[in-house]
Write a protein that binds this ligand. Structure first.
Ligand code: NAI
Length: 255
């Protein structure tokens, strides 16, 4: 039996990169996938890719910073599709203006990054909590190496703060919901080649080289590298795992 049969899985930021790869991987394992993204076309394309490969998926536009829209989406999905038992909080942005950069840019980075990467995780989780609690749900949050350390170049205090926050939120929820059988974990991807860092890769090849030199596996990651850990954390394979973070960083944090 596929590992995620009979599960309905909501994935935010599913219109691109890691979220799209997780959507395809979950569908391969039998989950019914709901791809959410502020980019409606991206989410629809993901749902089409899933369907084309024999899986079951649909998509809806959702901005995770819009709390009321998150609540409405949870209700719509419960009414029209069924009970959600897996939530992947993946939507995120990275902006890299250091604290000493132009004031307007630094402030805007802070507001946008915290709103999407941290408050967005809260908004979506809170909206789907009823269904997740009723179905012994599994929540998988996408953290980062920056859930533990700051990466110097290019500096982004907002991103580091947001991803530390995601790990803290993961632990808090795991503790609060453990007795109900709801499991909450995170994944810490390393440097994964996606549209998120396309501009950095183009403008800062030396930074990328240094990063990969620090990475024991000696290569950048691909979105598919996050799929196995996500299936593990969403499935019964991880039945006794909660409040944890699985690093999928090529060993970066071991050095
Ligand atoms: P991506 O840019 O390819 O995909 C992110 C998706 O999130 C996009 O489809 C975008 O439209 C969506 N999104 C952005 N703002 C949104 C909002 N307000 N509401 C709903 N959706 C929104 O990026 P990638 O690399 O796939 O990132 C996915 C997650 O992985 C993010 O949380 C990111 O911080 C995290 N991550 C990525 C790493 C990397 O090296 N690519 C490393 C560590 C963590």
């Amino acid at each position: 039996m596929p590992l995620l049969a009979n599960h309905i899985a909501v994935i935010t930021g599913a219109g691109s990169g890691i979220g799209r790869a997780i959507a395809l991987g979950f569908a391969r394992e039998g989950a019914r996938v709901i791809a959410l993204d502020v980019n409606a076309d991206g989410a629809a394309e993901t749902a089409k890719l899933v369907s084309d490969s024999g899986g079951t998926a649909c998509s809806f536009p959702l901005d995770v910073t819009d709390r009321a829209a998150c609540v409405a989406m949870a209700k719509r999905i419960a009414d029209a599709i069924g009970p959600v038992s897996i939530l992947v909080n993946n939507a995120g942005i990275a902006r890299r203006n250091g604290m000493t950069g132009a004031a307007d840019a630094v402030v805007k980075d802070w507001e946008d990054v915290i709103a999407i990467n941290l408050t967005g995780v809260f908004n979506v989780t809170h909206a789907f909590l009823g269904s997740l609690r009723a179905n012994k749900g599994r929540i998988v949050n996408i953290g980062s190496i920056q859930s533990f350390v700051h990466i110097r170049q290019p500096s982004s205090p907002a991103y580091t703060a947001s991803k530390h926050g995601v790990l803290g939120f993961t632990k808090a929820l795991a503790v609060e919901l453990g007795k109900e059988g709801v499991r909450v974990n995170a994944i810490g991807p390393g440097f994964i080649e996606t549209p998120l860092n396309a501009a950095t890769r183009a403008s800062n090849p030396d930074g990328v080289r240094l990063f990969i030199e620090h990475t024991p596996l000696g290569r950048a990651g691909q979105p598919e590298d996050i799929v196995g850990p996500a299936i593990f954390l969403a499935s019964d394979l991880s039945a006794y795992v909660t409040g944890s973070i699985v690093m999928a960083d090529g060993g970066y944090r071991a050095v």
